[in-house]
Design a protein around this ligand. Structure first.
Ligand SMILES: NC(=O)c1ccc[n+]([C@@H]2O[C@H](COP(=O)([O-])OP(=O)(O)OC[C@H]3O[C@@H](n4cnc5c(N)ncnc54)[C@H](OP(=O)(O)O)[C@@H]3O)[C@@H](O)[C@H]2O)c1
Length: 481
């Protein structure tokens, strides 16, 4: 087989076939395709003759179809499938060639794979791809890691297929080895928080005002014309407006209220816990899905007492505006926490990640694309080492405007017995991070009491321990944390 393809795709399920079609539609690209089972390859070739794909039916043929340096994007089921394909490609590729994993891999797996593949002289790039099947076809947001060498070849190819925001392709070389998949993981974590916040806003409005899902769809559509403008707000209106063909009821009322998860939210939270980064909004959103998915426990707990009085707001318009502001403020917290995790991850793993560039590549193509990501990139452009994103002037102005409403909404939810874990934990984080003094001093005192864990003082340097079981005088001690 003559080598005529400049790029190949392995794995032709929905994401891989759409990405292959996207690649083929860009000038200068010829795409070789391969799938483990022959059927998907044949279907793709038959349905899309316009793409000029080069079909291949084993890895040797696939490698032979690619010009050097060979570049292949793997889009298979993440996990053992990815390892299986990498092993096959390493056998037929040569030093200098590039293997890209576009699946949702755990970043530590990507670090491991990059290290192993690098020993063969072949480049391995873990690239986070967001935007679902539509994004893959028309332009996703792409977060590649890997070596500088591979970026030279890969950069122009990925730029050609990425979404475009204000003239700029939504792809940047995030950092080495697992950096791309790390950032994609946090993207998904923020996505969890954003979705949960929107769901809580809907629930509060519905239960507080009695508006129907279709009427609330109008509220979200209106919000989508302002500072909350985003893909998730837009699709929320669409989902709420949908009527079930079978029953004639709003679709949202016939969908079982148990949210699933594929694991990236949990990874974000687990990683944040190990890094010591409080991503409370993302964690609450992840736990809210878990809570929803235990019907047996919920059935038993339905006996627990709740507030006696019915929840009915007096001023519907004012309440809806309060919820809008609470949503915006909480959303800023979620993004601020997510970027904090990226910063901590970069420090831990030695990646040089440009946070402003990440905000920019999330402006289009991905699930969390939103108008206000421009404000995030502005904030990092003004102060690249901004320690707390939400302290940027634009966000401070939002908090000034929103905080009274935010507090009213959290109070109303608590009094009405409506769960709002993401709203309330975001507010608690906001109050915690801005606090002059935290009760952590007492926690440290308790730790010293039972475990001699020592403490520092506000008025002099050094580490101290009180002789709690002795005469309770204070002594200087070794720092044991
Ligand atoms: N769906 C989305 O919206 C989305 C968004 C972003 C990222 N992703 C990621 O993109 C990747 C692809 O997703 P998808 O939904 O298109 O497909 P998928 O259902 O996750 O995986 C199916 C594909 O994987 C192949 N495969 C599985 N095990 C394999 C093995 N051991 N060796 C070779 N091939 C193997 C299958 O080949 P056969 O046909 O032979 O079974 C098929 O092509 C995943 O990592 C996913 O997490 C998905």
């Amino acid at each position: 087989m003559a080598a005529t393809a400049n790029i190949g795709v392995v794995g032709l399920a929905v994401m891989g076939s759409n990405l292959a079609r996207n690649l083929a539609s860009r000038e200068g690209n010829t795409v070789a395709v391969y799938n483990r089972s022959r059927e998907k390859t044949d279907t793709l070739i038959a349905e899309h003759p316009e793409a000029g794909f080069i079909p291949t039916y084993d890895y040797t043929e696939f490698a032979a179809a690619l010009t050097k340096p060979r570049t292949a994007i793997i889009m298979v089921k993440a996990g053992t499938g990815t390892d299986a394909v990498i092993n096959e490609l390493v056998n037929v590729f040569e030093p200098g060639d590039i293997i890209v994993d576009g699946g949702n891999a755990l970043f530590t797996d990507t670090i491991r794979r990059e290290k192993a593949v690098r020993e063969t002289g072949i480049n391995f790039v873990g690239a986070g791809i967001s935007g679902g099947e539509e994004g893959a076809l028309h332009g996703p947001s792409i977060m590649p890691g890997g070596s500088d060498e591979s970026w030279v070849t890969l950069g122009p190819i990925l730029k050609s297929i990425a979404a475009v925001a204000e003239g700029e392709p939504c792809v940047t070389h995030v950092g080495h080895d697992g950096a791309g998949h790390f950032v994609k993981m946090v993207h998904n974590g923020i996505e969890y928080a954003d979705m949960q916040l929107i769901a809580e806003a809907y629930d509060l409005i519905r239960r507080g005002t009695g508006k129907s899902p279709a009427e609330i769809a109008d509220v979200f559509a209106e919000w989508n014309t302002g500072e909350l403008e985003s893909y998730l707000i837009e699709i929320t209106a669409e989902v709420l407006r949908q009527v079930d063909g079978e029953t004639g009821k709003p679709l949202v009322d016939v969908i079982l209220d148990q949210a699933g998860a594929k694991g990236t939210g949990a990874w974000t939270v687990q990683t944040a816990l190990s890094l010591g980064v409080p991503v409370s909004g993302i964690a609450e959103a992840t736990f809210a899905r878990s809570l929803s998915s235990h019907p047996e426990q919920r059935a038993v707990a339905a006996e627990l007492p709740g507030p006696q009085e019915a929840f009915q707001v007096d001023d519907v318009d004012a309440f809806i505006e309060d919820v809008r502001l609470a949503l915006f403020a909480s959303k800023i917290v979620a993004y601020s926490q997510g970027f904090d995790e990226i910063r901590a991850g970069a420090a831990e793993y030695g990646w040089n990640i440009d946070l402003g560039a990440i905000a920019k590549i999330w402006r289009a193509g991905c699930i969390i694309r939103a108008q206000f990501l421009n404000r995030l990139s502005d904030a990092y452009a003004a102060t690249p080492d901004l320690p707390v994103l939400m302290t940027a002037p634009y966000f401070v102005e939002v908090f000034e405007r929103a905080q009274a409403a935010w507090r009213r909404v959290v109070v109303a939810a608590a009094q009405a017995g409506i769960p709002s874990p993401a709203f309330s934990s975001s507010l608690a984080y906001f109050d915690g991070i801005r606090a002059d003094r935290l009760p952590a001093a007492l926690v440290q005192g308790q730790r010293d009491f039972f475990g001699a864990h020592t403490y520092k003082r506000i008025d002099k340097p050094g580490t101290f321990h009180t002789l709690w079981s002795g005469d309770r005088t204070e002594i200087e001690a070794e720092d044991t944390h």
